[in-house]
Design a protein around this ligand. Structure first.
Ligand SMILES: [Zn+2]
Length: 576
């Protein structure tokens, strides 16, 4: 295959129907030709590489075609078309205002305008980059535009409409060209690839189309570049490597990690991204874009807002189904905040990492709440069930007692009013508990419903308490709180546990229901209540009063945790 032919030129459309992505404009132009409603001046505006000049040329050629098709397309066979296609037409003049912006250039054009065409009805003047004309050139041109000869038609093209003076704008029919959508670019690239015997993955073309940002010319030149680099087979990996684009698989992976609250994997992934030389700011913006794309995929109505090939759309749709809308909203907010404050931050890496940690935490809280909800629902259900079965169970009680009295350490033996079915279920659940510590809370809490009140001693309480603490040895801070004091038994089975400060309270309050149920079960007493009391230590109070400055707060904290000072020294931090 020939790598030297530039695709943008080779595949430049030569009829209105082959123009990609501007169908509204081309059909209006065709109608104007068909009905002979031609204006004297047209202005084509829009970003670069989207077909303005191409359309201007097709328009010019078609106007002069001697043998137009029924669909108002140029025949490409008549003398006028041939002359145009061979670049020797005397009727069609092109001026690039970017390199011919002076009054003199315009004056010589104006002189030409007076001369009627030799063949055909119209002389056409295409002025590209018209905003580049100098002010005096604009003024000189204005006169001609006000009173053009009957045979003259001007087609002006610009990327910057706002630079055109209003007196010119008011004399032109204005056409706003739009960016070409990614899916349209992909389709066209697929067509070009087929013609050139290149095989290309849709994901690869998607990246090219994204990078081209709506410009077909850019898309085709990137395509050429990749072909010359990768040969006749373009893969997704080729493209992201040669364009230095961040693999979107990273984003998909990160979202999965966020949903699983796996912050370790998230940090490692971010490290990998940085080590490949990608910039943190671009990364966070890319992540926000990814979230936005997921959001629009949540609903069929907004699905059209995702501009991508079908394969990629499906991929987004799949992940969108895993993401709760609230999660996406919160995640977008975190990304947005990170983006806004990025430049203000002194430690870019940490700044992004903090955002990533927050993202990893979004679902963690939700998970917790879910578990709690499950517990509540389960308990409610059971309570209802219990009410119904109460009478029935009374008769069963004796039977169960004899059936499972040997399970000394289990709770089952003591649950007087549990049906056999229920009991078996519990046995099964107990074996699950060992495998899945996460569900432990819900499963353990469920069985406590019935009123069982047996006496217990403070020694028994202390023993059970320390068992519970031991079970949580892995959770260092919680373990410290649980072992920092001893529970006190007051009247009516009320247990009090004194905490040293509110930090401890924060640490322990989440596990209160779980701890309470554990004690109820282990001590076989459902009337137990548990109260955390934060001790009002006077010393702390006086200290608090002085903790106004950052330095004081730091001092107070570092006394509690000497590692803080080590960290401060290692990072070479100081107060501002
Ligand atoms: Zn023709």
């Amino acid at each position: 295959m020939d790598n030297y032919i530039v695709s943008a030129l080779k595949y430049r459309p030569s009829t209105f129907n082959t123009v990609v992505g501007q169908s509204a404009i081309t059909s209006t132009l065709k109608n104007a030709i068909k009905n002979n409603h031609l204006a004297h001046a047209y202005l084509f505006c829009g970003p670069r590489g989207i077909g303005k000049t191409t359309c201007a040329r097709i328009f010019a050629k078609t106007i002069n075609c001697e043998n137009k098709t029924a669909d108002s397309e140029a025949c490409n066979e008549c003398e006028s078309c041939k002359a145009f296609n061979q670049d020797r037409s005397f009727n069609i003049h092109e001026l690039d205002a970017a390199s011919n912006s002076s009054v003199d250039n315009i004056r010589s054009l104006i002189d030409q305008v007076r001369i009627p065409p030799q063949i055909g009805k119209y002389s056409l003047y295409i002025i590209d980059e018209v905003h580049m004309l100098s002010a005096s050139a604009f003024n000189a041109f204005l006169k001609t535009l006000e009173e053009p000869p009957a045979h003259a038609i001007f087609i002006l093209a610009t990327t910057e409409k706002h630079k055109i003076i209003p007196t010119i704008l008011s004399r032109c029919q204005i056409f706003d060209f739009h960016r070409i959508s990614i899916s349209q670019i992909i389709n066209h690239l697929q067509f070009v690839a087929e013609q050139e015997n290149v095989t290309a993955e849709e994901e690869a073309l998607n990246i090219i189309a994204q990078k081209a940002d709506g410009s077909m010319r850019d898309a085709l030149s990137i395509f050429d570049q990749i072909v010359s680099f990768a040969g006749s087979s373009i893969s997704y990996k080729n493209v992201i490597n040669s364009l230095n684009v961040l693999d979107y698989e990273y984003y998909f992976k990160l979202i999965d990690n966020f949903l699983e609250s796996d912050y370790r994997e998230v940090l490692l992934t971010y490290n990998e991204i940085l080590s490949k030389g990608f910039d943190g700011h671009n990364f966070i913006n890319g992540l926000a874009n990814h979230l936005r794309d997921l959001l629009v995929c949540k609903n069929e109505k907004t699905l059209s807002l995702l501009d991508a090939g079908q394969k990629i759309k499906d991929k987004y749709k799949n992940q969108a189904q895993q993401c709760p809308v609230n999660f996406i909203f919160s995640a977008l907010e975190i990304c947005n905040k990170c983006d806004i404050n990025y430049k203000l931050s002194k430690n870019f890496r940490l700044h992004v990492e903090l955002a990533l940690l927050n993202l990893s935490n979004l679902n963690a809280e939700k998970k917790k709440n879910n578990i709690r909800q499950n517990i509540e629902e389960k308990t409610e259900k059971k309570e209802l069930k219990e009410d119904k079965q109460e009478s029935e169970q009374k008769t069963n009680q004796e039977k169960i007692k004899t059936e499972i009295p040997e399970k000394k350490n289990g709770n089952l033996a003591t649950q007087k009013s549990i049906s056999v079915k229920e009991a078996f279920k519990l046995v099964n659940e107990k074996s699950e508990i060992i495998k899945e510590p996460e569900v432990k809370i819900s499963k353990q809490e469920a069985p406590i419903i019935e009123e069982i009140i047996s006496e217990f001693t403070i020694e028994q309480l202390l023993e059970k308490w320390s068992i519970y603490a031991k079970n949580h040895e892995e959770e260092k801070r919680l373990f410290t709180v649980l072992t920092s004091n001893k529970p006190v038994l007051t009247n009516n089975y009320a247990i009090e546990y004194r905490l040293k400060n509110t930090m401890q309270e924060i640490e322990i309050k989440d596990i209160k229901p779980q701890l309470l149920n554990f004690l109820k079960q282990e001590l076989k007493n459902s009337s137990i209540t548990l109260n955390f009391i934060v001790e009002e230590v006077k010393e702390d109070d006086t200290q608090k009063k002085h903790l106004f400055t950052d330095r004081d707060k730091y001092k107070f904290m570092s006394e509690k945790n000497p590692n803080l000072e080590k960290l401060r020294q290692q990072l070479n931090l100081d107060f501002e």
